[in-house]
Design a protein around this ligand. Structure first.
Ligand code: CA
Length: 228
């Protein structure tokens, strides 16, 4: 059962010049798959009609709308109770990247000299990393690594984190679900993307490497080369 959904548009969506989305759902009885696909659809619908000009505002509003729609649906049907989803959303305005996230799906920027995790996970282990106790490597293997502390569809007042980065020539952008990052270290991800000339083969190589390392979960990957 695939609980990950992704979407890309290089064409404008409402006032957004383009959009990239990854959502990783959770919840039994098909709830997880429903929540992540509903999040993608709702974000696109909201972005299309939103009159705001600011990309970070549009993404935030759209993700909050998805939170409302999923929570409402979960309240109507007890089989869907407790369903939710992560969301990582991004758009590129020329060389400026605007990103928003909830949960533990991630956005990275791969520079010529390193890899930067731009989003911060909303997870129990991330809080343990932040407030002491364990390091990032221990977090990857922690038994509670899949417990997230913030999810779309489960919040009264959803807080969405936003990030803005000016990109440099040669930078690439990666959006992914934890099916990738549970299996591969950041440095492995950087090397794989570095070795591939085009984004499509980079994305395929990432999925293959995650599957070769155990592939215990659905793997959603979007690789963007903003300067092509
Ligand atoms: Ca997952």
């Amino acid at each position: 059962m695939n609980q990950d959904h992704l979407y890309t548009s290089l064409e404008p969506v409402g006032n957004l010049p383009n959009i990239f989305l990854v959502a990783d759902g959770m919840g039994g009885h098909r709830g997880g798959g429903y929540a992540s696909s509903c999040a993608v659809e709702t974000i696109l619908e909201e972005a299309r009609v939103c009159g705001d000009k600011d990309a970070a505002h549009i993404l935030t509003r759209a993700i909050r709308k998805a939170n409302e729609v999923i929570a409402h649906r979960a309240g109507e049907d007890e089989r869907f109770a407790g369903m939710g989803t992560t969301v990582v959303a991004a758009c590129l305005d020329e060389d400026v990247l605007i990103a928003a996230n909830v949960g533990d799906s991630r956005l990275y920027v791969i520079h010529e000299d390193g890899i930067e995790q731009v989003t911060e996970d909303h997870s129990l282990v991330q809080e343990m990393v932040k407030f002491g106790g364990i390091n990032k490597e221990e977090a990857r293997f922690h038994p509670n690594k899949n417990i997230i502390t913030r999810a779309v569809g489960l919040e009264q007042e959803l807080q969405v984190d936003c990030f803005i980065r000016k990109l440099r020539p040669g930078d690439r952008v990666l959006l992914c679900s934890d099916g990738l990052t549970d299996m591969l270290e950041d440095e492995q991800i950087r090397q794989i993307i570095d070795q591939k000339k085009d984004v499509r083969s980079a994305a395929q190589a990432l999925v293959e490497a995650a599957n070769d390392s155990g592939g215990r979960d659905n793997i959603a990957v979007i690789v963007i080369d903003p300067f092509i």
